[in-house]
Structures are given as C-alpha cells and as structure tokens.
Design a binder for this molecule. Structure first.
Ligand code: DAH
Length: 384
C-alpha cells in the first residue's frame, strides 16, 4: 500500500466521516463527489494499464496506432493530464494522482519500445541489424568428423588398393540367388540357417543381404577374370542387439580370380594386409572352417596387437583374435557365375569392419557405433 493510496482513498474517507459527524453536510457532499471522482480516475488508470500491458502487435501500422492512442499529444494519457478533471483537484491529490498517471505514461513508453524491438527483430529493420555487435568473437562452427566405421573402412580399402584391388558395390536388398543360391547354399541346406535372415518377400525370396559375399556374384556375372576387387557395405541379420551383436553391421569382402591362384596367394595377401593394418610384427594363422562358397575354408586370426600375443582380456588370453573368414572359391560358385572353373581359380575373404574397429580402438560395445552419441564420435575426429 503506497502513499498515493493513503492520499487518494483513506484520507478522503476520514474527511467524509468527519464532516458527517460534525454535521457539515455541504462539505460532506463535496467530499463524496471528490471520492467518486478519484475512484473513477483510478479506475481509468487501472483499465488503461491492463490494456497496455496486454497489447500485442503484428505490423508497423499497429505500432503507429498504439503510439497515437497512448503516447501522442492527443492520446489518452496526455489528455488525462490536460483534462479539466485533473486540473481542478487539490494540490496534494494532484501530486499523488500525477504520480499514478506518470507510471502509466512510463509503462506505455516501455511497451512501445518493446513492441518496436520485437517488430524489428522479426523483419529486416535497421535497428535490429544495428544491435549486432560485430566486435564480439565468433562462435566457432564445430566441424564434424568421419564415423569410425568409415575411417577403418577406408584404411582397409587403402591397403588393398595398393595391392591392385578395385572397389565394387552391390544392393543391400538382394534376391535369393545372389545372397544364397549362387554361393552354393543349396535349397533347404542347414547352411542357410547359419545366418538369421530378414526376409522382405517370400517365393521368390527377397532378403536384406546377410553378407557382402553377394557382391562377389554380381562382379563375377559382369566381369571377366582377372578380377581383383573388394566390396565394403552394410549387412543385416535378425539378431538381438547387444554389446557384441547387432542386426546391422558392415563387412568388407575380397575376391581374387585369375589363372593359377593358390592358397599361398590368399595367405600372403592377408598376411600383407594384416601387417599394414595392425603393425609389421603381426602374425596370422588360419584355422580350418566351413563356408558353402569356399573349399577349403578357413577362419583367419591375427596375433593380438594389444599384448603382442602374450595374452590379455582383448584376446581372452589366447594371444590371437579372429578377424574374418576366407577360402578358395568353390568351383561350383565359379560355374554358377559363368566362369570356367577348369581355367580359373580364386580366393575370397570377408571381414567385419565393426570387429576390426573395436579391436583397433578398444571399443567394448558395438551399440556405440549407431547410437549417435557425439561424445563417442568426437574421439575419432582426428583419426585417419
Ligand atoms: N560371408 C561370410 C560371413 O558373413 C564371411 C566370408 C567367409 C566371406 C569366407 C568370404 C569367405 O568371402 O571366403 O560370415
């Protein structure tokens, strides 16, 4: 309750009561009129305050309307000062009432400035432009980096490129022939169940490719030997997502076909790759395995580059880590792709890019690659 409130409301009321008590009726009537007058003035101020506070505009024209209505010489506020009502009141009341009216005036001016700022911030008004402080230091535009999978994919590709391999690509949505049949997976053969497949259509089957080996088939169909190619890409398997498995991951496939290609060529190629990729002291070993499209087939391990074969938790204290599968092309596969198996032979291999990346950067959880957490991704910003 400010001093103006006392002047304008409480004192006159006492004055009225005093005059009534002393029987001064004339004065009492005058005071009553005065009270009504003050109340109506205060009401008017209150009403204007509320309207001004709630005012909002969309255009310059509306801003001008606001100025005319409240701030101009003939506007509602100025005319209150000039009005007969205000001029005739007693000096003390004039002072208090004047203060209330001034508050209103300041409010209207502040509102006007605010509305003007808002309007110019939205448009190409010069005043908004002038508020930009060009001497401030710039906020640096953070540059992104490549995804670790892309980094490693390129590292792998670069090694094979130097050995004369080119790059080939194939669709991620494959038909049964390219994903299975041409690769010597017989109909109803349990080998098909080695890989949990996402089927898009059945009979004829259309699948999300379960491996990049399907690209081998496409290359063999379209090119004549000698062939030296690698094919990186996404593959899909219907597997529960965990730290070690995902329904989508990346492989890189290798294919070499020429006359007289032997298992020694396969070993030497992968040996050279491993040394280039993981360090010159890296050793490799092949373990017999089975894949329908290669004969003989092998699983390839490299000596653990974390502990140099001594044993650590990355290699589970064996000194070796598996990086992929490989083998000599099964003659049936060559025949399926119209390449004369009596004249040509070849080898193929396939590696998981996530697996190699996890080994190289000691990443413990496969899910990190697809979660898009910048704190994880930022760490590879300068990886080459
Ligand atoms: N396609 C196999 C897989 O997804 C990997 C593989 C093994 C590819 C041997 C090959 C190969 O080309 O010769 O597990």
């Amino acid at each position: 309750m400010g001093p103006n409130y006392v002047w304008l409301n409480i004192r006159p009321l006492f004055y009225l009561l005093h005059n009534l008590a002393t029987g001064n009726r004339k004065l009492a009537t005058l005071v009553l009129f005065f009270i009504i007058f003050v109340a109506s003035m205060l009401d008017k101020i209150k009403e204007l305050t509320q309207t001004i506070e709630a005012f909002s505009i969309e255009s310059k024209e509306q801003l001008e309307e606001f100025r005319l209505e409240y701030l101009s010489k003939k506007g509602k506020i100025t005319s209150m000062f000039d009005g007969f009502d205000f001029k005739t009141v007693a000096p003390e009341v004039k002072k208090s009432m004047g203060q209330e009216m001034n508050k209103l005036k300041v409010l209207a001016q502040t509102k006007f400035d605010e509305l003007q700022d808002k309007l110019s911030a939205g448009g190409d008004d010069k005043s908004a432009y002038q508020k930009i402080d060009t001497s401030l230091p710039v906020i640096p535009n953070e540059l992104g980096g490549r995804h670790p999978i892309s980094v490693v994919r390129e590292q792998i590709y670069k090694v094979f490129e130097r050995m004369g391999f080119n790059l080939s690509d194939g669709p991620e949505i494959e038909d049964d022939f390219h994903n299975f049949t041409a690769l010597n997976f017989p109909e109803n053969h349990p080998a098909r169940e080695m890989q949990d497949t996402f089927f898009i259509e059945r009979n004829p089957d259309i699948v999300l490719r379960t491996h990049t080996s399907s690209v081998q088939v496409r290359v063999m169909e379209n090119q004549k030997p000698p062939i030296r190619t690698i094919s990186p890409g996404r593959v899909y398997r219907n597997e529960a997502i965990s730290a070690r498995a995902h329904c989508m991951f990346h492989q890189i496939e290798g294919l070499y076909i020429d006359k007289n290609v032997s298992f020694a060529d396969l070993k030497n190629t992968l040996y050279h790759f491993s040394k280039e990729m993981f360090g010159k002291d890296t050793q490799i070993r092949f373990r017999p395995s089975f894949f329908p499209f290669t004969e003989p087939s092998a699983e390839m391990d490299i000596s653990c580059f974390i502990c140099n074969g001594k044993g650590c938790n990355i290699c589970k204290y064996s000194g070796w880590v598996e990086i992929g599968g490989a083998g000599m092309l099964d003659p049936n596969v060559l025949t399926n792709c119209n390449i004369d198996a009596k004249v040509y032979s070849g080898f193929a291999f396939g590696m998981g890019i996530e697996r190699i990346t996890m080994l190289k950067y000691q990443i413990k959880d496969l899910r990190l690659f697809t979660e898009n957490d910048v704190r994880f991704l930022r760490q590879f910003k300068h990886a080459e």
